[in-house]
Ligand binder design. Structure first.
Ligand SMILES: [Zn+2]
Length: 205
C-alpha cells in the first residue's frame, strides 16, 4: 500500500476511535488470526511511546496484522529502533513510518526535570533514554518557554518527534534508499491524551 493511502487509513481509523465507532473486535477475531498466521503485510510502521494510554492499534482502530509497532519510552530512536524499522520496511514492503509522540509524555517531563535539577543517582539505563531526548529539549530551555511549563512540554514533545523522524530519515542508508527510490515516507505525529486525536504535523506528503 502506498504511503499516502496508508496515512489515510490511519486518519480514518483515528476518526473512528475518536467518534467511538469501534471495529477492532472484528479485526482481531479468529478468522483474521488464521488469515495472518500465514504471513503479515502491515501497511504502517509505528514508532510510539510505551505509555499505557497510547496503544497504536486501539487509537488507530486497527487489527491483527495491520501495524508493525515499536514502542519505547519517549519514542526515541536508538540503533535497535532503526533496525526494527529497516526490517519491517524491507521485509514487508511497508511504505509508511509514523513517529508517534503524545501530550504529557513522561519521558519528556523526566528530561525537563533532569535538565532543571540534575541528579546523580539516576540509573544508567534510564539515563540513556533521557540523553536521547535531551538535545530536543535543551534549546527550548534557553528561550522564554522556560517560564511557561505547559508550553515548554508541548513544544518539547513535538521537537522530540521531529528529531526522531529526522533520525529515521537520515540515520540509515537502507531507509534513505527506500525513501529516495521506493516511496517510503516518515511522518511525525502527536496523540492528544485529552481528545484522542492524532495530529500528523511533520513530513506529511
Ligand atoms: Zn510517553
Amino acid at each position: 500500500m502506498p504511503a499516502r493511502d496508508a496515512l489515510q487509513c490511519l486518519k480514518d481509523g483515528n476518526e473512528r476511535f475518536v467518534s467511538n465507532v469501534r471495529s477492532h473486535e472484528s479485526l482481531a477475531n479468529e478468522a483474521r488470526r488464521m488469515e495472518v498466521a500465514a504471513g503479515q503485510e502491515p501497511f504502517a510502521i509505528i514508532l510510539g511511546c510505551s505509555d499505557s494510554r497510547v496503544p497504536a492499534e486501539i487509537i488507530f482502530d486497527q487489527g491483527l496484522g495491520d501495524l508493525f509497532v515499536i514502542r519505547v519510552a519517549g519514542n526515541i530512536v536508538a540503533p535497535s529502533q532503526v533496525g526494527s524499522v529497516e526490517f519491517a520496511a524491507e521485509r514487508h514492503g511497508t511504505r509508511l513510518v509514523v513517529v508517534l509522540g503524545h501530550s504529557q509524555c513522561g519521558a519528556i517531563l523526566a528530561t525537563i526535570d533532569e535538565l532543571k535539577r540534575p541528579t546523580t543517582n539516576q540509573s544508567r539505563n534510564l539515563h540513556s533514554i533521557v540523553d536521547r531526548v535531551r538535545p530536543s529539549v535543551e534549546p527550548l530551555l534557553r528561550t522564554e518557554l522556560r517560564n511557561d511549563p505547559d508550553a515548554l512540554v508541548r513544544d518539547a514533545v513535538r521537537a522530540n518527534v521531529r528529531v526522531s523522524a529526522g533520525h529515521l530519515r537520515h540515520g540509515s542508508e537502507i531507509l534513505e534508499q527506500l525513501i529516495a527510490r521506493e516511496g517510503l515516507v516518515v511522518v511525525g505525529a502527536e496523540y492528544s491524551l485529552d481528545t484522542g486525536v492524532v495530529d500528523f504535523f511533520d513530513g506529511v506528503p
